[in-house]
Design a protein around this ligand. Structure first.
Ligand SMILES: Cc1cc2nc3c(=O)[nH]c(=O)nc-3n(C[C@H](O)[C@H](O)[C@H](O)COP(=O)(O)OP(=O)(O)OC[C@H]3O[C@@H](n4cnc5c(N)ncnc54)[C@H](O)[C@@H]3O)c2cc1C
Length: 334
């Protein structure tokens, strides 16, 4: 298609997670044209969560576009959430371009060019007046940065416990993900050691999980090393620095579940400025426009390294803030 005949959308939303979908719905409801680019499948991050996970949140707090979400239980599981977001996307007839990654954005407010690559290697190009970035944080795990981390036995994502039955497994971390993985692995018959650098597990662990993990640690059913750090990982062992000195522990697998972070480099290439300490991108708190005019940020991206501040629960409201400003700027509508 020649550049002259190429459609120019009012907006391109990059990332079709819950936040990106909420943004596209709000934009479309204001009669503005919008497409979403998604490098994986619809709600790709949720798809990659542990298959049997249950959300911490009750269904109404995951709703977007005012479409009711229901669940068989008090809290929905991953399968129910995936079904719900598929249904929402169909209902609003959102134009989601799955398996199309946004690689580069050029141009300026009113005339942006987005270069993309498809699953099959083809490249693409789209034009839009405004850009919304809602690329999340789940693609980039925080790293331990220690020798042995690149071994194939070291994982930064936990899915399910079966492969680790009768194995020596170390879980590193002290928040919800580490607590849940430790418990599930223990229940499935793995010999689990939980290692956390702080003197106690995080207070952010959900109230129905915390006593469970604490009791398993107290009884010694799960071995616990607090105020401790893993310093080295080898094929068969890990070296742990503990308050009682250094220990070598027999080990088959390591789950380093110490969080995730947004793709700061991608944002930096887009010319977006950050607070150096928090990596929080500079945004207008009312409109969520970044300091690159015409580029809005939505969802967990807005929190920088403080990824525990924005969830689906609150990130879903960014869509209305952004779309309102976009409408005002594109149509002059107050
Ligand atoms: C195990 C777990 C349980 C959780 N439970 C809850 C809960 O109970 N309640 C709650 O509110 N929150 C929960 N959260 C947090 C919540 O899932 C995230 O805050 C939420 O997914 C953020 O939504 P988002 O749309 O901003 O980002 P994401 O859902 O991460 O979506 C970002 C999307 O952008 C895509 N993308 C990235 N880069 C590109 C690119 N260059 N081009 C195209 N597409 C791109 C990604 O593939 C992804 O689909 C949980 C998180 C985890 C890890």
């Amino acid at each position: 298609m020649s550049a002259a005949s190429e459609p120019v959308y009012d907006a391109i939303v990059i990332g079709a997670g819950p936040t990106g979908l909420a943004c596209a719905i709000e934009i479309q409801q204001r009669d503005l044209s919008v497409i979403l680019l998604e490098k994986g499948c619809l709600t790709n991050s949720l798809y990659h969560y542990p298959p049997h996970m249950t959300f911490f949140t009750t269904p109404e707090l995951l709703e977007i576009g005012n479409l009711p979400m229901t669940s068989l239980n008090e809290k929905p599981n991953r399968t129910e959430a995936l079904k719900y977001y598929r249904r929402v996307t169909q209902y609003f007839r959102l134009d989601v371009r799955q398996y199309e990654r946004a690689d580069r954005i050029e141009g300026q407010d009113g005339d942006f060019h987005v270069w993309t690559s498809h699953r099959v290697g083809r490249t693409g190009h789209h034009r839009a007046r405004k850009i919304v970035l809602s690329t999340g944080y789940y693609d980039l795990p925080n790293l331990l940065d220690i020798p042995g981390e690149a071994l194939s036995k070291v994982m930064h994502y936990y899915r399910e416990p079966h492969p680790y039955w009768d194995m020596d497994v170390a879980v590193i971390g002290g928040k919800n993900s580490a607590a849940i993985a430790s418990l599930e692995l223990f229940w499935a018959g793995a010999r689990v050691t939980l290692i956390h650098r702080e003197p106690q597990l995080s207070n952010s662990i959900k109230y129905w999980i915390k006593p469970n993990i604490e009791n398993r640690l107290k009884k010694g059913e799960i071995a616990g090393y607090l105020s401790s750090t893993v310093e080295d990982i080898t094929e068969d062992c890990i070296r742990v620095r503990t308050p009682d000195g250094e220990k070598w522990l027999k080990n088959d697998f390591v789950f380093a579940l110490i969080g995730y972070h947004p793709d700061i480099e991608f944002l930096r290439h887009m010319g977006i400025e950050f607070d150096p300490a928090t990596r929080r991108p500079k945004t207008n708190p009312d409109t969520l426009e970044s300091d690159r005019p015409g580029v809005y940020l939505a969802g967990v991206l807005v929190a920088g390294m403080h990824t525990n501040e924005i969830f689906i629960e609150n990130g879903r409201f960014h869509g209305a803030q952004i779309a309102k400003d976009m409408e005002r700027r594109l149509t002059g509508h107050p």
